[in-house]
Design a protein. Sequence first.
Length: 211
Amino acid sequence: MGAHYSHFRTAPGTGVRQRKTNRGGRGLGFRFGAFCRQWAGFRTAEAIGIFAAGVKTNAVRILDRLGIAYELRTYEVDPDDLSAATVAAKVGLPLEQVWKTLVARGDRHGELFAVLPGDAELDLKALARMTGDRKVDTVALKEVQPLTGYIRGGVTVFGARKPFPVFVDETVELHDRISVSAGVRGMQILLAPSDYLRAARARVCDIARSG
């Protein structure tokens, strides 16, 4: 099956729009049972993407509370390819507008989020200068979920388990909008950089280099 693509728009204070049908008088219980039977037949990658399309994540709720306008786009997930380039292609955006959220740790000040374009690499030395650490490294993959509450491919600063400091590469200001994970694989939030920075309480700095 090809890539599943869904496009959602929400106004501040609303969640993801969902279609509501009630054909032939059948109720929610019947529709839910049918959904479960269908679910069992989907490949894992497709199921995750379709499920994500109906989820209102903590990240989305936070933007709603702040009155920030955003757009949601969903895509079919391939667990074997979670790269920013693949996500960009599936949601129809240039790679430089799809931003990735990394978790790092400084030797003096501890954990933090580093947010940078999908086509860039994290400059650890530059990040250490910004954080006041002697050394900064990204955390091991096995630590990401315990630290943030999110799995790889779905990490976002919004609604994370702990409010780690957020450092965003300065090139964010070159775009009219960027895309970040909504906190689940298969869903991206598109919003204005200024709104992202405000909601994340982020510090803008030079922390990326060409990939």
